[in-house]
Design a binder for this molecule. Structure first.
Ligand code: SF4
Length: 483
């Protein structure tokens, strides 16, 4: 496992980021830059496919964008004014080059390249049907199911075949595809995963987050709407198609808590500002007498600023990160992980000694990192250690393209609040409420009927059918029922 950040070892992980360019010279180079800005969404592998007006060219590699897509010999192999790319952290499908995207196939209608952020929750069901009727899969990725549905569709045009395929899949998808005629960007009807559209001169850009537009110098135009297909023909014409019956969107609320970069804008809201509001709401709901508010770096920082401003307790950097430890190749195993924490982070002992500290983190998954950080504070002489979490307890797995440990390993699924507090050895532990999280996003609270966001990892209320999970039965079914 490659990780850049030992504290992130115990986080939910966004598994993908996508980026596409239509109508720019050297499109692949822009995609490489965009993917670099999306690297936080997936660090295991990256890929780019370009189209030069006649042929498609693909390069896929394990590892980071830097080191793979900053090499002239690689980039020279991907000419053309159209390109799309993908960064990946695998959940569905093993970690292997054959699963790295964009995936590409030669269909009866011509070449078809696809990059996918999300997870198709009936992919196994569809795959079994497709294999029975003769399809031959080359990867274990759920995304390949879409290619086979397009290939076997009875419709005539590539666009109609693609729409036909999308109508058969369930779950979460933000997709960027390229054919010899067009680039298509689309989101699932609930808009679970994000996708935005920008402009760079005359060219159109699609990206998982606005931060990737910033990096290439593009300006934000708008979000691709839930259930919308934006089609950019290679002659420059742009169309919007909405083939699904309209439903209330349910974007992933965890994008605001953790996944998106704080310098991104999502649904017209600054992610950084929302995180500060979450911290402020956390302070309102869960005050504590303390001397210092300390963020768990780096993702807890905006919420900690909000908590400090609301509570009046001074914000201080009590955990210092070394910027001189390069990318660490960390093997799974608690002992080595712990070593990674000590290499990269150290308690600011002079500050902490004798103080009552409030640690702010964005979430607790297994709880192992929280335990280490509390220990780090105590070893540095903290008098009291209080932990405040800027999301509700994560009690359920995500089936929409986010890597969650199986439910049995989620601390909040196993233990009540007292048990969790004991497990991490804190003096107190508290989470923001689900209503509080919605309030920080500008809502009055969570409505029982069709809430504004997907929040299934907190509530267990999944907004789509989960056919594969239900067919698997057993433990997974219990999980769906929230037991
Ligand atoms: Fe996001 Fe959680 Fe819903 Fe997954 S289950 S899409 S992480 S809110």
């Amino acid at each position: 496992m490659i990780t850049t950040h030992p504290f992130d070892d115990d986080k939910l992980r966004e598994e993908c980021g996508v980026f596409g360019v239509s109508g720019a010279d050297g499109a692949a180079a822009l995609v490489a830059l965009g993917l670099h800005a999306l690297q936080h969404r997936g660090q295991e592998a990256a890929g780019i496919t370009s189209f030069d007006g006649e042929l498609f060219h693909t390069h896929r590699a394990m590892g980071h964008v830097a080191g793979n897509f900053d090499r002239p010999d690689v980039m020279e192999q991907m000419p053309g004014r159209v390109a799309l790319g993908h960064v990946r952290y695998s959940t569905t499908g093993e970690t292997a080059l054959r699963n790295v995207q964009p995936l590409y196939a030669e269909l009866a209608t011509g070449g078809f390249a696809i990059a996918h952020n999300g997870n198709i929750s009936n992919a196994m069901h569809l795959r079994r049907e497709l294999v029975q009727s003769g399809s031959i899969f080359q990867s274990t990725s759920d995304t390949e199911t879409i290619i086979h549905l397009v290939a076997t569709s009875d419709f005539r045009t590539p666009l109609d075949r693609f729409i036909d395929a999308l109508k058969q899949v369930e779950g979460a998808y933000s997709l960027i595809c390229a054919t010899p005629q067009m680039m298509i960007a689309c989101r699932d009807p609930l808009g679970i995963r994000p996708l935005v559209m920008g402009k760079f001169g005359d060219s159109i850009i699609f990206a998982s987050e606005t931060v990737a537009l910033d990096v290439v110098g593009a300006h934000f135009v708008r979000s691709v709407e839930p259930g919308e297909l934006v089609i950019v023909h290679h002659d420059g014409r742009i169309e919007s198609v909405r083939p699904f019956a309209p439903v209330s969107p349910r974007p992933c609320i965890f994008e605001w808590v953790y996944f998106s970069r704080p310098d991104s804008i999502a649904d017209d809201q600054s992610v950084y500002s929302v995180r500060k509001s979450i911290g402020a709401q956390l302070a309102i709901e869960n005050p504590v007498e303390a001397d210092l508010v300390i963020p768990v770096p780096d993702s807890g920082t905006p919420a900690a600023i909000g908590y400090a401003q609301q509570s009046g307790i001074p914000f201080e950097l009590g955990i210092i990160r070394s910027h001189y430890v390069g990318r660490t190749f960390i093997q799974p195993g608690d002992k080595v992980r712990h070593l990674g924490v000590k290499l990269k982070h150290n308690a600011n002992r002079a500050l902490i000694q004798g103080k009552r500290v409030v640690l702010i983190d964005d979430s607790i998954v297994r709880g192992t990192t929280s335990l280490k950080i509390v220990q780090m504070m105590r070893e540095a002489g903290a008098r009291e250690v209080h932990m405040r979490i800027a999301s509700p307890p994560t009690r359920h797995s995500c089936f929409y393209g986010v890597d969650t440990p199986e439910r049995a390993k989620l601390l909040a699924a196993k233990l009540d609040l007292g048990g969790m507090t004991d497990f991490i050895h804190a003096d107190s532990l508290a989470f923001i409420s689900i209503d509080g999280l919605y309030k920080a996003l500008g809502e009055a609270g969570r409505t029982a009927v069709r809430p504004r966001y997907c929040d299934a990892c907190f509530t267990g209320e999944y907004p789509t059918p989960l056919t594969d999970q239900m067919e698997r039965g057993g433990q997974d079914q219990l999980e769906l029922l929230g037991n």
